[in-house]
Write a protein that binds this ligand. Structure first.
Ligand SMILES: Cc1cc2nc3c(=O)[nH]c(=O)nc-3n(C[C@H](O)[C@H](O)[C@H](O)COP(=O)(O)O)c2cc1C
Length: 192
């Protein structure tokens, strides 16, 4: 089973990175083949809304996103980790999601069977943290991620989100959070 971990924070060694590494470690202990994608290592232009993909299912922008499309499609499980930036996912993550419009076109305009009911079924899981404790802090991001996973033909399995986590490494003060991430990674592989 191919598990793709997408790191949406530009802060290396930060809270979502620690959580995602635990989830991937859990997946690895169950025998999954794990790939890592640190979005801040890639240059991903935001979607230009040119509708170039409407008729081809391919994005006309020839940047690093071209390397990422195949990785998304190879994955059986996608674990996306993004902290909350202004009540949404980070711009790095949002650029990736918006550029997945090419896959949306494949699925919904061109009716590509590989992304339809008969196509490969994937599963998606979301990890996030936010500094504040507001009840709605994760709502926007969860909705965005659900629609991203839909485009990948990935069932939204669930999320693990933690409030009040701000400074780099704050999540380490919550060992139960890391344990939960590890278990989530294991379960994603164990219960296909
Ligand atoms: C540009 C920016 C915007 C942020 N916006 C929010 C926000 O709207 N709500 C919130 O709870 N935390 C917000 N935060 C705090 C981060 O979510 C928090 O520091 C988190 O732990 C960062 O995760 P990381 O270590 O994985 O990068 C923001 C941080 C930055 C840098």
């Amino acid at each position: 089973m191919n598990v793709l971990g997408i790191f949406g924070s530009p802060r290396r060694g930060g809270n979502t990175e620690l959580l995602l590494e635990e989830a991937l470690r859990g997946a690895e202990t169950e025998g999954a083949k794990v790939a890592r994608l640190h979005l801040s290592d890639f240059a991903i232009t935001p979607c230009k809304e040119c509708h170039g993909c409407d008729t081809t299912g391919n994005c006309v922008v020839l940047d690093d996103m071209q390397k990422i499309y195949p990785k998304l499609l190879e994955a059986d499980v996608v674990i996306l980790a993004s902290p909350i930036f202004f009540y949404g996912v980070t711009a790095w993550t949002k650029a990736l999601i918006d550029r997945s419009q090419a896959l949306w076109s494949r699925k919904y305009l061109l009716k590509d069977p590989s992304l339809g009911k008969e196509g490969k079924k994937r599963r998606g899981f979301f990890l996030s943290v936010g500094a504040t404790k507001g009840p709605k802090v994760f709502e926007g991001a969860i909705l965005t991620v659900k629609y991203f996973f839909d485009v990948l033909n990935a069932d939204y399995v669930g999320e693990l989100v933690f409030r009040g986590v701000e400074a780099k490494g704050d999540i380490l003060k919550h060992p139960e959070a890391l344990q939960q991430a590890f278990e989530a990674g294991r379960k994603l592989v164990r219960n296909p």
